[in-house]
Design a protein around this ligand. Structure first.
Ligand SMILES: Cc1cc2nc3c(=O)[nH]c(=O)nc-3n(C[C@H](O)[C@H](O)[C@H](O)COP(=O)(O)OP(=O)(O)OC[C@H]3O[C@@H](n4cnc5c(N)ncnc54)[C@H](O)[C@@H]3O)c2cc1C
Length: 416
């Protein structure tokens, strides 16, 4: 197998040219991505980069539109007050709700599973049989934690991976992405959120190094040219209406600080480059592992659609944990759920490409199961109350062109 072209770890002129040659071989077209806009620390305060902190070799992404192997659309199940996590009696059943996690469902899932498992086990009063409805991020993790607490779990769901909406996520650690509105969340929400985020984070570390690398830490680069004050988020070109809560400062100790890279220490052409590391979820393999683990622990999956809560009466289990995501809006006639549409174009994975990049509204995350290109010109408000799940090819290609534009700037900079 030939050597994978990379931008080298230490930016010597030779390595720079090596990267340039790799780029020159591909007629660049771009892709996009979404995700949290990282806070930028004070610009220009970073010390020179020590040798042991040189950036990892970066495989250039082959930004050709014919390398898109699918375009997916997902609706974030957003609730202004935050996810619904409470127990309610419906007839002789106890229903424990666990839905409405916006853009944070994967990230917060283990913490939420912990909370609803306590509610469900208390309601079960010693009975072991517990139903979970839904096999997305929240259903799979709730089933796992219920099993660890001693329950015999049956998961009922209309769809399983890869057909759930959760299978169409970016796959990043984004625990406060579109999780609530600051103006609508209750006074104790931030404290509860922090506890769930910390629990989730700890669970995720237990998947590191397991076969198939379902979870891994990867470097993330933020690139920008405009002046920004320390801690300022990237301004959207479109005015933002909704005051989404940003709670990440409460758990800033969990991930490495974002550092502004000294000028010339990376191959990127922008005025500012910042780097941090974060968790990537290789959702295809990760969902498969969660499903297998549930089966191995004696769980059962049943294909079933519920049309109203009255259908729950036919279930043998007395305690039902409901993890139906955006489907909850129709199932419970719950208008508190607002869809926030998001689209991803998937590029063919490339050997050695495991990093993320954020530039001009494009969020690229190179995962093992696909290179995620999420583009959002409209900032966090984009897709608000939009139920259209049809892919928009032209928009996907616009995102790709953002990366192509970055690469052509790089190529110009690398010319002798
Ligand atoms: C573009 C995009 C990128 C994202 N990126 C990230 C990210 O990087 N990190 C992150 O943490 N989050 C991310 N999210 C958010 C995340 O995808 C969601 O929060 C999460 O998928 C919600 O999971 P869920 O299990 O609640 O819902 P779903 O995945 O929708 O699962 C619901 C389950 O319930 C079943 N169901 C629904 N209704 C019924 C019914 N009536 N009867 C029977 N079964 C039913 C479904 O079949 C399915 O099995 C992203 C979202 C979008 C749109």
């Amino acid at each position: 197998m030939g050597e994978v072209p990379k931008f080298g770890g230490e930016v010597s002129r030779r390595q720079f040219l090596y990267g340039s040659a790799a780029l020159a071989g591909s007629s660049v077209l771009g892709l996009s991505g979404c995700g949290k806009t990282a806070k930028s620390p004070a610009v220009g305060l970073a010390p020179a980069l020590p040798f042991y902190d040189a950036y990892q070799p970066l495989v250039p992404i082959r930004v050709h539109t014919d390398r898109i192997f699918r375009i997916t659309v997902c609706l974030r199940p957003f609730r202004a007050q935050g996810p619904r996590m409470e127990a309610e009696k419906i007839g002789d059943k106890t229903v424990v709700y666990n839905y409405g996690h916006g853009g944070s469902g994967w990230s917060l899932s283990w913490g939420c599973a912990d909370v609803v498992t306590k509610m469900a086990m208390e309601a079960a009063q010693g009975a072991r049989e517990i139903a979970v409805i839904g096999a997305g991020a929240l259903g799979l993790t709730a089933a796992t934690i219920l099993q660890r607490a001693g329950a015999k779990v049956t998961v009922y769901a209309k769809e399983r991976a890869p057909y759930t909406r959760s299978s169409r996520a970016t796959g990043s650690w984004t625990p406060s992405s579109r999780i609530a509105l600051s103006s609508a969340m209750g006074p104790d929400f931030a404290t509860k959120w922090e506890s769930m985020a910390r629990t989730s984070f700890a669970y995720y570390q237990s998947f590191l190094g397991t076969p198939g690398a379902p979870i891994e830490w990867t470097d993330r680069y933020s690139l920008w040219d405009e002046e920004r004050k320390p801690g300022e988020r990237r301004a959207s070109s479109v005015p933002q209406i909704h005051d989404f809560a940003h709670l990440d400062d409460r758990i800033a100790d969990l991930v490495p600080k974002q550092e502004v890279m000294p000028p010339g220490s990376t191959p990127f052409p922008t005025k500012y480059v910042a780097r941090t590391s974060s968790m990537s979820f290789n959702v295809a393999g990760y969902s498969r592992q969660l499903t297998s683990d549930i089966l191995l622990a004696g769980g059962t999956f049943v294909d079933r659609e519920f049309h109203s809560p009255q259908d729950f009466a036919s279930l043998p289990e007395k305690v039902i944990v409901v993890c139906t995501g955006y489907g909850s809006r129709a199932l419970f006639n719950d208008d508190s759920i607002v869809p926030v549409r998001g689209q991803i174009a998937w590029l063919i994975p490339q050997e050695g490409a495991q990093y993320g990049l954020n530039y001009n509204g494009l969020n690229m995350l190179a995962r093992r199961d696909g290179i995620v290109m999420q583009y959002s010109k409209g900032g966090e408000d984009e897709g608000w109350n939009d139920t259209n799940e049809a892919p928009d090819r032209a928009y996907a290609e616009q995102g790709i062109n953002v990366l192509a534009e970055l690469y052509s700037r790089m190529q110009a900079k690398m010319k002798p």
